[in-house]
Design a protein around this ligand. Structure first.
Ligand SMILES: [Mg+2]
Length: 143
C-alpha cells in the first residue's frame, strides 16, 4: 500500500497551537519507522513537487541526523495544482488540510475514506494516534 505524506501540519507541527515556530511533531520518529516498514512512502507536499531534495533541505533544520537518514527513503511525487493529481493505486493520504477541490475530487471518486486528517499544529501528538489507525487498516482493510 502507498502512503502519501504531507509536511506542514503533519510532520511539522506546533507544541502549542499559539506558538509561532514549528517543530517536528511528537512521535515523528516512531511514525516514520512504522510508515517505512509497512508502506511505500511518498512525499505529497508543496515542498516536493518532483524533487525529494527540496523537501529534505526544508526539513533538515528540524530533524535529528538519524531521522534525516530515514526520511531520505521517502520518494518524490509531482503535481501541478492539486495534490490529488499525484494520488494513485491503493493509497492512504495523510494531510492536515486538503483544498475544497481536493476533497470534492476524493468524494466524487469514492476515495474520501483514504484521506486521514492529521493536524499537528492543533494536536502536537496526532501522529502518535494515527499509527493505531494505520495498523488497523493493515490488519483489517478499510472499514
Ligand atoms: Mg499541510
Amino acid at each position: 500500500m502507498l502512503l502519501f505524506l504531507d509536511v506542514d501540519g503533519v510532520l511539522l507541527g506546533k507544541k502549542n497551537p499559539r506558538d509561532i515556530s514549528h517543530s517536528i511533531a511528537a512521535g515523528c520518529d516512531e511514525f516514520i519507522d512504522f510508515s517505512i516498514e509497512h508502506f511505500d512512502c511518498y512525499w505529497l507536499t508543496s515542498h516536493c513537487k518532483g524533487s525529494a531534495d527540496t523537501v529534505l533541505n526544508y526539513l533538515k533544520p528540524y530533524v535529528t541526523d538519524p531521522l534525516y537518514e530515514k526520511i531520505k527513503l521517502i520518494q518524490a511525487t509531482d503535481y501541478r495544482t492539486f495534490k490529488t493529481e499525484a494520488l494513485h493505486g491503493d493509497f492512504i493520504w495523510i494531510d492536515d488540510a486538503p483544498s475544497m477541490y481536493e476533497i470534492k475530487y476524493l468524494e466524487e471518486n469514492n476515495l474520501l475514506h483514504r484521506w486521514f486528517q492529521v493536524n499537528t499544529r492543533q494536536d502536537y501528538h496526532a501522529l502518535e494516534k494515527i499509527i493505531q489507525d494505520l495498523n488497523s487498516i493493515l490488519k483489517n482493510g478499510f472499514l
